[in-house]
Structures are given as C-alpha cells and as structure tokens.
Design a protein around this ligand. Sequence first.
Ligand code: HEM
Ligand code: NAG
Ligand code: NAG
Length: 512
Amino acid sequence: MFPAVVIIVACCTTVILFLYKYTTYTYKYWKSKSVTFATPVPLFGNIKDHVTLKMTQGECLKNIYNDFPREKFVGMYQLQTPTLLLRDPETIRLFLVKSFAHFTDRGFSYDGHREPLTKHLVNLEGDTWKILRQKLTPTFSSGKIKSMLGLLQGCGVQLIEYMDATIESGKTEFEIRDLTAKFTTDVIGTCAFGLECNSLKDSQSEFRRMGCAVLNSSASLALAKMVRVFFPKLFKALKLRTFPAEVQQFFMGIVKQTIDFRNTNRVRRNDFIQLLLEIKNQNHNQENAIKSIELTEELIAAQVFVFFLAGFETSSTTLSFCLHEMAVNQDIQNRVYDEINETANMYGLPFSYEAISSMNYLEQCLKETMRKYPPVQALARVCTKQFRVPGTDLDLDVGTAVLIPVYAIHHDPQYYPEPDTFNPDRFAKDGDGGGGDNGRPSGVFLPFGDGPRICIGMRFAMLEMKLALAQFLHRYLVTLSDKSCTRIEFEPASFLSCPKGGIWLNVNKRKA
Ligand code: HEM
Ligand SMILES: *[C@@H]1O[C@H](CO)[C@@H](O)[C@H](O)[C@H]1NC(C)=O
Ligand SMILES: *[C@@H]1O[C@H](CO)[C@@H](O)[C@H](O)[C@H]1NC(C)=O
C-alpha cells in the first residue's frame, strides 16, 4: 500500500506544482523590468474581480489605479498577460498621441478569414488600419454629417410618435434603455445600412432582433469572448465565433442587397453606405493607387457593421444615463429645458444644425454624463514598436498590452472633485481654461479615446445624441418612478457600461 500512497502524493504535488507554474509563469515580468506592479494572484493576475463577474473591467482597474497614487504607470497582469496600466495624463497623451507610432494597434484578436465581418476599423491593425481609416475619415466630416440631419430628425419624430401613442394609452413608466436602444438602432439602420427600419413601431423588426443577437451575452458567447481576449490562439484553434452565424449572414445579406439595388436602380441617399460606395468607385478610377487596399463588398459590409456595433449601444446607454440624471436633478432638467425652449423660439422647429450646435448647456450635460458613465471604461493599445518610456530606463517590448483606465480617471477627485456628483458646470466654457476644461490637464476626459485612433464617429454621435435629447426633453418631463434606483450599478458581465436592471423613469408630456 505504501508505494501507492507515495505515488499519488507525488502525482498530486506534481500536478499542483505544474498548475501553479502554468498559472504564474509570466508573473516575474514586471519585476524583471523594475516596474512597480500590483501583486497578482495565480491564474487571475489582477483581474479576478472582473473575471468572476463581481465588477466591471473599469471598476476593477479603478482599484488598481487608486492603490498607486504616486506612480505614472504600474505593471499588472490580465490573467497571464503582462499589461502596463497608465495613470498620469501626460503619459497617456504620450502613448495615445505623441508616440502613437509605437502603439498603433488594440491587440484585439479576430479571424478575418472565417468571420469577414470582424475585419473592421476597431480590430484592424498596422497599415491596413491606416489606409482604411484615411479612406473613411471624409465620411465623418461635418459636411457629410450635416447632410444626415434629416435622417436623424426622422428617427426623432418616430420616437416621439411612439411615445405619444404609448402615453395616450395610459402608460407613463418606461424602461428608458430599451427606448433609447430602439431609437439608436433606427438611426444606425437608416444612416449606416440605408434601411427604413422602424423598430419603434415594429419592435420585432429583424434589425433590432439582430442587434439583440449581437449583444445578447448568452453564456456560451460570454465565455467565447473571454477566450478571445485572453487566449487568442485557443480561440482560433477551437474555431469559436464572435457572433452567431445568422448575424453574419444577415448583415452581409443586407449590405449586398442594398449595393445591388443602388447600382441597378441608380438610387442615391445621404448615408454611410452611399459614401463608402463612392470611395469604392473612386478607387477603381485612379489606377496608380499604390499600396492601396480594395474596398470590396465584404470590407464595406464589415465597416457598416462596426458602425452598428460601435455606434448603437454606446450612444443609447449615454442617452439613458443622461435622462436618468435629468430625472434625479430636476433643477438641471429645468435649465436644459429653458435652453431648448429658447433655441426652439429663436431658430424654429425642427432643430437645425446651427440650433443644435448652439445648445451649450445640453452639450455640457452630455459630457458630464460620459464623464460619470463612460460607455467604454478602458482604452486598449498594444506596443507595436519597441518603446523607451521617456525619463525612465524602461524599454517596452513589442506585444506588451497597455490599458488606459478611463473610468478611474473620470472618477479621480484630483480632476473631478466629488466625482459622484452630476455637475455639468464642470464643462462650462467660462471656466479657468476657457476651453471648458476648467484648469484640468488634457488627457483626463477620454469618453471617445484620443489620438489617431480616437472614435471616428464622435461628431456624429454628439449630433445624434444632442438632437435626440433636444427633441425629447422639449416635449416630455422625466421623473423618477417607483422602480428607479438613484444610484446606478453597472452590469459586471457587460463590455460596455450597462445599468443593472435597466433604467426606469416616468415620462409625461409637458403642458404646451
Ligand atoms: C456615445 C457614443 C460613442 C462613444 C462613447 C464611443 C467611444 C469610442 C471609443 C472610446 C473608441 C476607442 C478610441 C480609442 O481607442 O482611442 C471608439 C472607437 C471607434 N468608434 Fe466610437 N463611440 C461612440 C459612437 C460611435 C459611433 C456613432 C460610431 C459610428 C458611426 C463609432 C465608430 C467607432 C469606430 C469605427 C471606432 C474605431 C476607430 C479606429 O480604431 O480607427 N463610434 N469609440
Ligand atoms: C437573449 O437570449 C436568450 C436565450 O437565447 C433569450 O431568452 C433572451 O430573450 C435574449 N435577450 C434579448 C435581449 O434578446
Ligand atoms: C418658452 O419660451 C416662450 C417664449 O420665450 C415663453 O413665453 C415660455 O414661457 C417658455 N416656456 C416655458 C415653459 O418656460
């Protein structure tokens, strides 16, 4: 009997030792680089609270951020991956803007052959990204965006018709996130895909269903997402998918149909698909385009798809968080209303581009909303060219992950005193800096990121959201309902900031 016990013990010890080694083998990295680091725990590194779904990634990074008040950056581990967490505004600007050439990629893994829809601007890397970004940038110029105002107004009108009808029928309590998601789905559907999809009237619309299918983090997909982020090789080996196959078919299908329809019927419309088609055709004509990539139908489909992915949930959650704060802070809602009413009187209705641009207080409220609830709680970069961090003797190796903890910075009392208070005056134009930053350093307000990879849809999103709020708050008063919670908690499993249990508010028509 004796030898058997010895063998079992020996085996167990070996297995445990092996597991320990395997789950900690990278943890000497920051020490060997002489970088101050947060102490990792085996397997999880420093993100245990996020992986076990206790909190969001942003909240988890906030804890690390707060533990090292004196450091400009700290080493940490996302599971086994050594990651540099940037803390100070100047260093952040350096990585995102001045030394961008060393950090051109996000390091998200994807399999463009198996899933062509993932070959989009957010994922693409190096020169391919650069060329495509250059091609797409004119699509988001203020002129082009202005020309979409009519489409946006149309979606706002649909929202109001839907609200009026529902209120008429006696209902005043709404789940706001559902409402704003329907609105932004329509916006992206019409502006990016060229569809007139009225998901407000027809909540079963195919497009909205696909939106849910993409975002619905069913258990298997959530697991696949984790695998994709932390074990990219395994992700490819197992042939996991980022989206269900039907999503892929659906989006490729409508883009193809739309392109065919426009080509055969010579229809044109002021939307993103049209602009992309024009770029595609231009390219055909100039033959000596060196080092260019062809904008195939597939590539066009991937880009409109990312406008949908990146554009619809970010703006709908921002809108719903903003309406929540309006309900909590009635004085602020009144001030916003006065501005909207004044603007409506001055410029007339519907709100023109100039009218929207003139509403500064509304813009401050949106900025403060994205300060308090940044939809993207952390920015990701990966070192693509060896980098000596100035003023130190730290050489970052190619492949090192970098994280910028947006949520933590937005809640640092050093930059935003009483960070939990909703105070749009933080972004008032007549503050110290004159630029609406009130003496804050640049690099501490990052809802859209910064540098050459800043959100390409920023101006479009601001216009869309300001218009929606102006139309909505002009007509309705929002107040807290019995189901409201005054303090919002985030859903830990969600990649973007997402309120736990939704946002419930009463919506009543204002007396004309
Ligand atoms: C409130 C609304 C939005 C927020 C808060 C937001 C936020 C962001 C953030 C934080 C990034 C990463 C920036 C970085 O890494 O430095 C990003 C990238 C991006 N966003 Fe947005 N976004 C919004 C709306 C939109 C809309 C409406 C569109 C398209 C119509 C869009 C398209 C994109 C694309 C394509 C990228 C990747 C850019 C690149 O890598 O070159 N976003 N966004
Ligand atoms: C997500 O998927 C589950 C099961 O597949 C379904 O019951 C649920 O209604 C879906 N949620 C949304 C928002 O579509
Ligand atoms: C809206 O503006 C008009 C014209 O300035 C003013 O008479 C009216 O009282 C305002 N409405 C409210 C509710 O403040």
